[in-house]
Design a protein around this ligand. Structure first.
Ligand code: SF4
Ligand code: ZN
Length: 297
């Protein structure tokens, strides 16, 4: 299944084709059971609201499944507050229950405060960008919220573009074992981790964007003020330029990672999971990454 071949489809057929691709992806990777309790990470951006929309449709095929949207308020003034309002409105419209968790409540800092402190400490952020902190803390917040909801699956709206960017990021950071984490269904067996699924993993960003536009789904369109500082942003630009010239390149990058999964995974699994000495969450080190980051402040 190639993600996009520029088919000339009417609006209805295009939207149906995307919904169908999501169904096929879910079936292909065996993402859902008929009675799963699914938490969906909804940020208010185009991908997550499109996923919420499609998952409510798919829920009809899983009559015993239950959906809950998880909204994370990182505390980014002028950006996340607006996105959360849009996400909450979307949930109400679709009749999906939602919960909001915030960085401030969970970690004691809003992301804005955290960035401020980092800049006071080290003007270059100690080599880490706001996104590095945000990504780690957001993953923790989503997992904890999903666990509190009793979810058996946590669906995120990572699309094919996000996944190929992450593959390259891991290589550029010298951490190729992390490519195993790009998998469409997470494989950690630790009871504290809610199994993560990525129903958009084979769908291009331009397809999810077009779906949201055509379905007239409200989403937040302004970019995060911190996005430009991230290496991911440069990789995105590079990949988009290359994809324009050599169509299908994102797809083949993802396929290459897929071929590596089984061999990398065994090595990644060999790193024994312990409980973090500070928060008790699972980690391969004595202290987990979120705690390390918070300590550094
Ligand atoms: Fe967080 Fe970076 Fe995304 Fe902004 S762009 S929400 S800081 S990960
Ligand atoms: Zn910890």
């Amino acid at each position: 299944m190639r993600p996009y071949s520029g088919e000339k489809l009417c609006v209805r057929c295009f939207c149906l084709s995307i919904e169908n691709k999501v169904r096929v992806t879910i079936a292909k990777y065996d993402m859902l059971r008929f009675d799963d309790k699914i938490a969906i990470g909804v940020s208010g951006g185009k991908d997550s609201v499109a996923l919420l929309h499609i998952m409510t449709k798919l829920e009809e095929s899983f009559p015993n499944a239950k959906l809950t949207a998880v909204l994370v308020d990182e505390g980014i003034k002028g950006y996340r507050d607006e996105a959360l309002k849009i996400a909450e409105k979307g949930c109400r419209k679709l009749g999906v229950k939602h919960v909001v968790v915030s960085f401030k409540e969970m970690f004691g800092y809003e992301l804005d405060e955290l960035v401020e402190r980092l800049r006071e400490k080290e003007p270059d952020g100690g080599g880490l960008t706001p996104c590095a902190y945000c990504g780690v803390l957001r993953r923790r917040a989503l997992n904890s919220a999903a666990r509190s909801c009793g979810a058996t699956k946590l669906a995120t709206a990572h699309n094919l573009d996000d996944e190929t960017q992450t593959i390259l990021l891991n290589i550029l950071h010298g951490d190729p074992l992390r490519i195993a984490r790009v998998k469409p269904v997470s494989s950690s067996t630790h009871f504290s981790f809610v199994c993560r699924i990525k129903p958009f993993c084979e769908i291009l960003e331009k397809e999810t964007t077009l779906y949201a536009y055509l379905k007239k789904i409200e989403f937040q369109s302004i970019p995060c003020p911190y996005a430009s500082t991230a290496l991911r942003n440069d990789i995105r630009t590079m990949l988009n330029r290359m994809e324009e010239k050599h169509s299908g390149l994102k797809y083949t990058t993802y396929r290459s990672a897929e071929k590596l999964w089984s061999s990398i995974e065994n090595k990644a699994k060999a790193e024994k999971q312990k409980n973090c000495k500070i928060c008790g969450e699972p980690t391969v080190n004595e202290i987990c990454q979120p705690c390390k980051m918070l300590q550094s402040l």
